[in-house]
Design a protein around this ligand. Structure first.
Ligand code: NAP
Ligand code: MG
Length: 410
């Protein structure tokens, strides 16, 4: 088969440890033999970030902004332990935080469903995609310990000097306070990104909050979502046969457990942090979660939700055979190429991205071959356990057949 051509580059952000090893293999086995890869490569490994004083991360994010589609491998987030391990010059910010702030994006997390790995929640037939607002609230809060009696107030000093005061609490005994904020601009970007995403996947959108208690703060989110929906999206939604709904967070949780899935659930920053782990676990395995960062102006960065799989990497370095699941990394490349194809009107490339996914699912669903993490939870009898390397080889064989059958003469 002639290799598929690409008109616009895709941005590749390489990463660390076990994820990096499988990442490269996915590219070598499942992408390069089939596609004349047109890419800009950025090495975001911890050593390369250290050598460039983290400039490489900023450059990669700017490239993603320029070209519109990036695929990212998992990367080490520096902490004290990692600083010693890699002898780093400083404790760099998480690359994901840097990229997120440059793209001003929202993260959508979606589990990979395969026959043979059933969700713990029996009613779930389709993935629930979780959209987490990525700015403010408790993540940018200012907090204070109150160790003596006294009055705590919110004081808003306007640019013209005028003061607005509001009591928080008159403390008689010790306690704590917090001040949180958010910005209309960020909430608006979040709402639009969620609505664009729901349209692109043709699924209903739910935004959940607690406006019955938080009558100003959470109410603001609710109002902005509603306004943007009515002003800009309602017609497009109805044409696509989908709807937007607001829902109280506690109700949204119980509905999630009772529903068949297949919708987009937008949450506040903290709710998303908690709920995405609940969803990942309840859908089967945190190795089976994909993640895509989408900016309000439609730039996409795909990645696996899991980390660098450090424990496996150390064992791998000792020469042990490890069975690390490459599914989410495979989906990352597949998602990136499919989106590149879609944006460029390159149907062959778009279809190829889908075929990668079909080939990978086929190995698990039809042949019952999988990595150790899935073998532990599968409902299939006698699954055959393989390494990540072997799994990728099997996907390649299947992918060759699928491409031969479908793309060769198209
Ligand atoms: P992790 O890499 O997600 O791995 C945690 C555990 O989950 C693994 O030890 C393994 O369990 C299981 N697991 C995760 N992915 C798997 C896969 N593909 N196949 C099989 N099992 C898998 O999280 P971590 O060990 O806490 O973090 C390691 C590094 O990753 C850290 O430096 C962190 O900063 C970074 N990180 C990066 C990102 C990102 O770039 N997006 C996200 C999270 C963490 P068993 O050992 O029990 O088999
Ligand atoms: Mg979390």
């Amino acid at each position: 088969m002639e290799k598929i051509k690409m008109n616009t580059p895709i941005v590749e952000m390489d990463g660390d440890e076990m994820a990096r090893i499988l990442w490269e293999e996915v590219k070598k086995q499942l992408v390069e033999p089939f596609v004349e890869l047109n890419e800009e490569y950025y090495d975001l490994s911890i050593r390369s970030r250290d050598e460039t004083d983290d400039q490489i991360t900023i450059d990669s994010a700017l490239a993603a902004k320029k070209y519109g589609v990036a695929v990212k491998c998992a990367t080490i987030t520096a902490n004290l332990e990692r600083m010693q391990e890699y002898n780093l010059k400083k404790m760099y910010k998480s690359p994901n935080a840097t990229i997120r702030s440059i793209l001003d994006g929202t993260v959508f997390r979606k589990p990979i469903l395969v026959d043979g790995v059933e969700p713990l929640v029996k009613t779930w037939k389709q993935p629930i995609t979780l959209a987490r607002h990525a700015y403010g609230d408790v993540y940018r809060a200012s907090e204070m310990l109150i160790d003596e009696p006294g009055l705590v107030e919110l004081v808003y000093t306007k640019a013209n000097g005028e003061e607005v005061r509001q009591a928080v609490h008159e403390f008689k005994t010790r306690g704590v306070v917090t001040g949180q904020h958010n910005l209309d601009k960020s909430i608006e970007g979040f709402a639009r990104t969620c609505m664009n995403y729901a349209l692109s996947v043709k699924q209903n959108l739910v935004f959940s909050s607690k406006d019955t208690i938080s009558k100003v703060y959470d109410r603001r989110f609710k109002d902005i979502f509603k306004e943007i929906y009515l002003d800009e999206y309602i017609e497009q939604f109805s044409a696509a046969g989908i709807k937007y709904e607001y829902c109280l967070i506690d109700d949204a949780v119980s509905r999630a457990i009772k529903s068949p899935g297949g919708y987009v659930w937008a949450t506040h920053n903290y709710d998303g942090d908690v709920m995405s782990d609940m969803l990942a676990t309840a859908y089967g395995s945190n190795a089976m979660m994909t993640s895509v960062l989408v900016s309000p102006d439609g730039k996409y960065e795909f990645e696996a939700a899991h980390g660098t799989v450090r424990r496996h990497y150390y064992r791998y370095l000792q020469g042990e055979i490890v069975s690390t699941n490459p599914m989410a990394l495979i989906y990352t490349w597949a998602g990136g190429l499919e989106k590149r194809g879609e944006l460029d009107g390159n149907e062959k490339l778009q279809r190829f991205g889908q075929l990668i996914v079909e080939a990978a699912k086929n190995v698990i669903e039809v042949r019952g071959i999988m990595t150790a993490d899935l073998a532990k939870i599968t409902s299939k009898h006698d699954p055959l356990v393989v390494t990540g390397h072997q799994f990728i080889n099997l996907v390649r064989t299947k992918l060759e057949q699928l491409c031969e059958a479908e793309l060769a003469e198209a």
